[in-house]
Design a protein around this ligand. Structure first.
Ligand SMILES: *[C@@H]1O[C@H](CO)[C@@H](O)[C@H](O)[C@H]1NC(C)=O
Ligand SMILES: *[C@@H]1O[C@H](CO)[C@@H](O)[C@H](O)[C@H]1NC(C)=O
Ligand SMILES: *[C@@H]1O[C@H](CO)[C@@H](O)[C@H](O)[C@H]1NC(C)=O
Ligand SMILES: *[C@@H]1O[C@H](CO)[C@@H](O)[C@H](O)[C@H]1NC(C)=O
Ligand SMILES: *[C@@H]1O[C@H](CO)[C@@H](O)[C@H](O)[C@H]1NC(C)=O
Length: 436
């Protein structure tokens, strides 16, 4: 006999939300490049992953990495010719038998520096220098301002954060660093006749005036739209309790725009835009790119994505600190087969499901309503821009305590099909870091 679960329905998430579970992952991404990152495997060992599949038609490949510190090499994933120069600072890798999709390098820093990172001074792929000190110095917050001298609008690059947050970040259960996910905001609801506000939902900065969240986050239990004056946006925060956190920007909602197609029992258009009086783009507050207008859900299947949120901890208490974790977008067939009475009703061309399923070692425990599902996308400049693809809409939960059950896949509203509506209502003006 299998286990009998108490889950009976997929319900709209209410106030309580998220507990991200899974081992800490420390990732170092030189220059924010899409092609290479280092994951910390143990205190001493790092694994570099080089995604050569991002580059089509490479006949052969030569990878040169120059490190700041002396490094020890433990191995590589494919039969290769390796040259080590300059007192173990300068490594050249040439795979011998064709170009692999993914190439791995196992390495460690020679000196005893458990707290340290394998800082890359330069990264060169087939003689193209993709990362060096000069490129690092050029990457600042003002470099994200793409306003041209003759522009009448304030154009801004989306989906990027400042390099100090891009190069080293922690995908893990505890404390995200300020600025790691600068588009994530907390949506609070003011208590009537007081100065108090309670955490309610997550949201995503998509322009200086627009926060994209879930439709059900802006509705009262009787189905009526909340008063704009009751909604408070906290941007640039990773700790809700730290009122003095550097970078925090608090805004009151000026207007709420619920998607006209919103329906409580569906996830197809579970979207709303909260309009605020201009946010300022800083190291801590940046917009995320919105996926679209072209979208093909099937291309998402099997892809890794990141979700972030404040929310509940293991003990189902609300957490004060922002957390992030990986998730995986699943083929509809997998979710439908997992719970044939639940998912087929919710999955369609406007929605998708994500999660690691019942046997996962790493599990997003729950999702945070209104929070985003982000997909890193390599751009023409070889760097990653983050795209918002989904808004967390529904999770499977037990009827007993109403907390999301981590074994169940989570349903997201796909923003791709709604790109026109979002664009129109958010005053989006982005520079051209479009999907490559
Ligand atoms: C050797 O590596 C160190 C550290 O990266 C660097 O400062 C130095 O310029 C390098 N020397 C040569 C000849 O590349
Ligand atoms: C690695 O590749 C080289 C050159 O192609 C070849 O001579 C050698 O036998 C290969 N080694 C292994 C262990 O396959
Ligand atoms: C690293 O070594 C390679 C030869 O193995 C050389 O071509 C390259 O110029 C060196 N780069 C640096 C920055 O030292
Ligand atoms: C490295 O340093 C840590 C703390 O500084 C110490 O506990 C450890 O024994 C050292 N390891 C080696 C191999 O020297
Ligand atoms: C989804 O899964 C089904 C069943 O495993 C498979 O037939 C189909 O090709 C998959 N679709 C995609 C786009 O991966």
């Amino acid at each position: 006999m299998g286990t009998i679960y108490l889950v009976l329905s997929l319900c709209v998430l209410q106030v309580h939300s998220m507990a991200l579970k899974g081992p800490v992952l420390t990732r170092y991404q030189p220059c924010g490049l899409g092609v290479i990152y280092f994951d910390k495997i143990t205190d001493m060992l790092w694994r570099a992953e080089i995604n050569l599949e991002l580059y089509q038609n490479l006949g052969e490949v030569e990878i040169i990495i120059v490190y700041e510190k002396e490094m020890a090499l433990f191995g590589v994933s494919h039969n290769s010719t390796v040259f080590i120069n300059n007192d173990s600072h300068n490594f050249t890798f040439i795979p011998n038998e064709g170009v692999p999709d993914k190439y791995h390098i196992y390495t460690s820093i020679k000196e005893n520096t458990t707290a340290s990172v394998p800082i890359v001074k330069s990264f060169t792929l087939n003689r193209i220098v993709m990362c060096n000190d000069f490129l690092k110095a050029a990457d600042t917050i003002s470099s994200l301002d793409a306003t041209q001298p003759d522009d009448t609008e304030y154009r801004h690059t989306c989906g990027r954060r400042s390099l100090s947050h891009t190069e080293l970040n922690y995908v893990r259960t505890e404390s995200v660093q300020a600025g790691d996910w600068p588009w994530h905001v907390a949506i609070l609801i003011k208590k009537p006749f007081t100065d108090l506000a309670n955490y309610h939902c997550g949201g995503n900065v998509i322009s200086t005036m627009a926060i994209l969240t879930a439709g059900h986050c802006v509705l009262l239990t009787n189905g009526k739209l909340r008063e704009a004056t009751s909604i408070v946006i906290e941007a640039g925060v990773t700790n809700l309790r730290d009122v003095d956190q550097i970078g925090r920007q608090t805004r009151f909602a000026e207007r709420i725009i619920l998607h006209p197609g919103y329906s409580e029992d569906q996830a197809t258009s579970d979207l709303a835009i909260v309009v605020v009086n201009k946010l300022r783009y800083t190291e801590y507050v940046q917009p995320i790119c919105v996926w679209g207008p072209v979208y093909d859900k099937t291309e998402l299947f099997g892809k890794q994505a990141v979700i972030t949120g404040f929310g509940t901890t293991e003990q189902n208490l609300q957490s004060d600190t922002l957390r992030s974790t990986n998730t995986m977008v699943q083929n509809d067939t997998i979710c439908n087969a997992f719970a044939p009475d639940l998912y087929p009703k919710l999955l369609n061309e406007f929605t998708f499901c994500a999660g690691f399923g019942p046997n996962a070692g790493i599990n997003p425990r729950n999702g945070d309503s209104g929070g985003g599902l982000f997909i890193p996308t390599k751009q023409a400049d070889h760097k990653v821009s983050w795209f918002l693809r989904g808004i967390l809409s529904k999770c499977g939960h037990r009827t007993v305590d109403k907390f999301c059950d981590p074994k169940y896949y989570v349903i997201y509203t796909d923003v791709g099909p709604h790109y026109g509506w979002i664009y129109h209502n958010a005053g989006l003006i982005f520079s051209s870091n479009i999907m490559s």
